[in-house]
Design a protein around this ligand. Structure first.
Ligand code: ZN
Length: 317
């Protein structure tokens, strides 16, 4: 892109960080990339910790840059998120609610941390009408959108909110842990301050040891730079949850072709082929024949539990 075409937006301020899991300072750079979802200006870098192997963004956006990396049009914060145009991202939200109910049949209270505009909370309300459901989100726009739906949602960072202590049967972190600056601290806080004695933590994260990630490399949507500060593998997720006093009790992957297809679109968009051909190729990924074509891969990855997103339930150790 020429200087004349470059938007006159400031780059996101970045600061070096130590490994969010082991606190060592031995980052090994893997690759750098732009924000391909929201177009936030800048180049962002994924490193591997030379001590524990965690993949994390280094340097990463400073705390006062959050408004820049979560612009007002960030899809999960929209009032109609996952209901209209974003339906394809989470066709499995009902399955997630059912998974929670199956793993904790006696639950009556649920706290959804990073609830966005409250799409999951609404599904839970419909599925379990006698549950008390509450959300939290640091995004003012997301909270306003959730409240439009009549939901009880607290605005702010989790640790700074005055929530009932040790009373939550279920705490959910759907696609949240990878966004946090101190994921170990937040998991600790959930275990010691929020969960009821028999409470269960649920989380969903993109996995860098998924087949999608290996197939698409830096074009994999799971990186979502610069919003993902940490990217997990099965090993690093196990290490982080164990360090925070949790043990896994169930793991699930829901069947969706969204992440593989979207990664392919990113790959096609980044190729050097002529513009028209690129447009046609990307348009083809929205057709039914294409969806049928990739079904064998999706089914195989699902059968081996190696699709992009892992959904897990965790109890105290
Ligand atoms: Zn480390």
């Amino acid at each position: 892109m020429s200087a004349a075409q470059t938007p006159a937006l400031p780059s996101v301020p970045l600061a070096p960080v130590v490994c969010p899991l082991c606190q060592h300072d031995q980052p090994i750079p893997l690759f750098s990339g732009p924000d391909r979802l929201q177009g936030v200006p800048g180049l962002f870098r994924i490193c591997r910790c030379g001590n524990c192997g965690l993949l994390y963004q280094h340097p990463r956006p400073t705390p006062d840059a959050l408004d820049m990396i979560y612009p007002a049009e960030y899809p999960p914060h929209q009032a109609d998120a996952y209901q209209t145009t974003q339906q394809s991202i989470h066709p499995d939200m009902l399955k997630m609610a059912q998974f929670v109910g199956q793993q904790h049949p006696h639950a009556r209270t649920l706290l959804d941390v990073g609830c966005g505009s409250g799409a999951f909370l609404r599904v839970v309300q419909q599925t379990y009408p006698n549950w008390q459901v509450v959300g939290t989100d640091p995004g003012a726009g997301a909270v306003a959108a959730a409240r439009q739906h009549g939901l009880t949602v607290h605005h702010g960072m989790l640790e700074q909110l005055d929530l009932p202590r040790q009373q939550w049967d279920v705490v959910t972190l759907w696609h949240v842990l990878e966004h946090l600056s101190d994921p170990v601290g937040t998991l600790d806080y959930i275990r010691t301050q929020l969960l009821a004695p028999q409470g269960v933590l649920f989380l969903a994260v993109p996995m860098a040891d998924s087949w999608d990630a290996r197939l698409f490399g830096r074009d994999w949507v799971g990186w979502d730079l610069p919003r993902h500060f940490v990217i997990f593998t099965h090993a690093s997720l196990q290490a982080m949850t164990a360090q925070s006093g949790f043990q896994p009790c169930a793991e699930e992957q829901f069947f969706t072709d969204y992440f593989a297809t979207e990664s392919l679109r990113w790959r096609l968009a980044a190729t050097a082929m002529p513009y028209a051909l690129r447009r046609i190729s990307i348009a083809a990924t929205y057709t039914r024949p294409f969806r049928l074509l990739i079904q064998p891969y999706i089914r195989l990855a699902h059968a081996y539990q190696r699709t992009t997103v892992l959904t897990g339930a965790f109890q105290r150790q």
